[in-house]
Design a protein around this ligand. Structure first.
Ligand code: WTA
Length: 665
């Protein structure tokens, strides 16, 4: 049984939730009386029209009883950008730093106060309105980790436009699909950005994506707004003298960000939004077919993002908080932008990588800004562990109080390294389990309040009622393992999938009627701790990036020489999981390095570099049932080199297993 770590005394002393009993009491209240619990929190915010008592939450999680829905605070009217900026400035935080921006190059940094952020957001809101963006329009965002990205997201929120941020590591194909699927009117990007010594040509990717959107999906983006970023940063590699040669400028579509901003006023009336009107959408991989546009709405997301941030990171007025996630993922939305800013927090925003200019960059940055809360992913932790302690010892890290982990299960070795070496045993570790769909943390430890076990996600956040079900939908009480589901809505959960409410019902609610199904497995141990054991569907989690096996298989079979492909995940010491691809070639095709390279390249360019396969296995056949279903369980074992395959009697041709074991590269 794993050891229990009690919250460190230094954390308990400061905590707003200083005991397990206090957590339990608050959790109980949040379940028994959601209206009383959440309305106290909601009262801190500005409401143009307050919510109506008695109608705080309504929902249906069972599609046989009618349409699935969840609504919070129906009838209330507000604006999240107003609550983040105008309200905080009115409350005396105007001169407070909202972000310390740390560029890729250590000599490149800046800061922005809440007042200045308000000015810039108003200017950009006016600029968007000037080019015809109105409430409900979609704005796609393909940006690096720069302050303009935050300005852009908040400006959309201010005028009721729906931002759809696409991670700037996605290829032009993936961007085209996402821009076209949401029918974006405008695309916002930068000319380029450095990540370490690598130059990303973002504007160029947008040009390709807009062209592909037009040809393949018949969708035309009206305007592309471009931040001139390469001109300001200290180059980290060689840049052509005339960096305008890195993209083509189209006068009828392209607009410079700075030209737009220059002529705009710093006053902008917000669009008042109904509680359940959309705030933003964010694509996440589906286990089949096209990506899902997860839709979040205004009021529920606002109170949930704000409350999870406050309690999970135990944020205090003068703290400096740093989340390393990219804004292209949900963690960047809720815990780089919305959650911290709603709490008037001071944050660090980092453009670069943990390895540039050296492997101590995270720790020198913690020291530079005296960071109190540090939030990163297990894959980053594991990749830094291998460089030993030298880089850590060079830096003063005693400002740290809370260390967060997100994106995948954290193995106990990485947990202990984080706890002992980075936290020196004085920090609480919050292992936060959540999803793009959940909007905010749903299972987590809470600093000061809950005990911790290395690798366990811990306990439900306020308002969250987890259940573990067996495959027949029966509730597992006490210790046991099964499917992780939630029995009731919490304010931050997604409300629909953009343009496809049926898919929303099918994917999340039909497997276990009456429950939201996460698609993850979980176990409850004898002390009541919840452990997330990983995906139970055909999804892969590589370095915290979720993707579907079928998405990668689709790309591999686009290669004319490949007739069939099956992709499974293989455990990887740093990335958590990696892609192991079985391919079957057409008759007479030669399997050689050229083919392997071209397949890897194809996946990189169609999906993104993070999806590049680790292994390509030339297979003569795949283990299939008589009905033709590929048995991935067997493929996973082969990928891991496990020769104990188990029962193969249901296979149409059991001899394929030996052949696969023999042909393993
Ligand atoms: C996985 C990221 C274990 C899980 C916020 C989930 C985790 C998927 C954890 C969502 C964690 C995330 N422990 N697994 N602390 N956090 N996951 O949508 O499989 O990018 O379903 O959201 O990541 O990934 P997404």
């Amino acid at each position: 049984m794993s050891r229990v770590y009690q919250p460190p005394a230094l954390v308990v002393d400061k905590s707003r939730l200083p005991s397990f009993a206090k957590y339990k009491e608050m959790h109980k209240k949040s379940i028994e009386n959601p209206e009383e619990f959440w309305s106290e929190i909601a009262n801190e915010f500005f409401w143009q029209v307050p919510y109506e008592p008695g109608n705080f939450v309504s929902y249906n999680f069972d599609s046989s009883q009618g349409e699935v829905f969840a609504k919070w605070m129906e009838g209330a009217v507000t604006n999240i950008c107003f609550n983040i900026l105008d309200r905080n400035v009115m409350n005396g935080h105007g001169e407070k730093v909202a972000f310390y921006w740390e560029g890729n190059h250590p000599d490149d940094y800046s800061r922005i106060t809440y007042r200045k952020l308000l000015d810039e957001v108003c200017q950009f809101s006016n600029a968007l309105r000037d080019i015809g963006v109105v409430k409900g329009d979609r704005v796609s965002v393909y940006m690096p980790m720069i302050l303009e990205t935050v300005v852009c997201m908040l400006a959309c929120a201010r005028i009721g436009a729906i931002h759809s941020v696409v991670f700037a590591g996605f290829s032009s194909d993936s961007l085209a699909e996402r821009v076209a699927n949401c029918e974006a009117k405008v695309l916002v990007t930068a000319d380029g950005a450095w990540r370490g010594e690598k130059l990303l040509l973002l504007k160029k990717t947008c040009e390709d994506a807009m062209l592909k959107a037009k040809i393949k999906y018949k969708h035309t983006v009206e305007k592309c707004i471009v931040v001139s970023h390469l001109s300001r940063v200290t180059p980290c590699g060689t840049l052509p003298d005339d960096h305008k040669s890195l993209y083509r400028w189209n006068d009828s579509v392209d607009l410079w960000w700075h030209d737009l901003m220059e002529v705009q006023s710093t006053c902008c009336t917000p669009e008042w939004m109904e509680a359940e009107e959309p705030l933003f959408m964010l694509y996440t991989s589906g286990s089949t077919g096209k990506p899902k546009g997860v839709m979040h709405t205004t009021a529920g997301y606002m109170i949930y993002a704000s409350t999870t941030f406050r309690y999970v990171f135990d944020y205090r007025e003068k703290d400096i908080y740093w989340c390393t996630a990219d804004v292209g993922w949900i963690t960047g939305h809720t815990y780089v932008v919305y959650g911290p800013l709603l709490n008037a927090a001071t944050c660090v925003m980092f453009e670069g990588t943990p390895f540039y200019p050296d492997n101590g960059r995270y720790w020198s940055t913690v020291e530079k800004y005296k960071v109190n809360q540090f939030y990163t992913a297990p894959t980053a932790i594991r990749s830094l562990m291998k460089f030993g302690e030298e880089h850590i010892k060079q830096h003063e890290l005693q400002s740290l109080r809370i260390l967060g982990s997100v994106g995948e299960p954290i193995n106990s070795e990485a947990w202990l390294w984080y706890y002992n070496l980075i936290g020196k045993g004085n920090c609480s570790i919050v292992d936060t389990f959540w999803q793009t769909e959940t909007g905010g943390h749903v299972l987590t430890s809470l600093p000061g309040a809950t005990p911790m076990k290395p690798g366990a996600a811990g306990f439900p956040f306020f308002g969250v009622e987890p259940r573990i079900l067996d495959d027949n939908g029966r509730k597992i009480e006490g210790p046991g393992e099964g499917n992780l589901v939630f029995a009731r809505p919490w304010p931050g959960m997604m409300r629909t999938l953009f343009g496809d409410h049926r898919r929303y019902e099918r994917v999340y609610f039909e497997k276990f009627p009456g429950y939201y199904c996460t698609g993850d497995g979980a176990k409850r141990d004898e002390d009541g701790f919840l452990w997330v054991t990983g995906r139970i569907d055909d999804m892969l989690n590589v370095s915290g990036h979720l993707m579907s096996t079928s998405e990668v298989e689709g790309v591999l079979t686009e290669e004319p020489r490949v007739s069939e492909a099956a992709v499974v995940s293989k455990p990887h010491p740093i990335k958590g999981e990696s892609l192991y691809c079985f391919i079957i070639l057409n008759e007479g095709v030669k399997f050689d390095m050229e083919l392997i390279d071209s397949l890897k390249k194809r996946v990189r360019s169609r999906i993104g570099a993070f999806a590049a396969p680790d292994v390509i296995h030339n297979a003569s056949g795949l283990p299939k049932t008589r009905s033709g279903k590929i048995m991935r369980r067997i493929l996973r074992k082969i990928a891991m080199g496990d020769t104990d395959i188990g029962d193969t009697s249901t296979l149409a041709d059991p001899t394929v297993v030996d052949k696969l074991l023999q042909s393993k590269p």
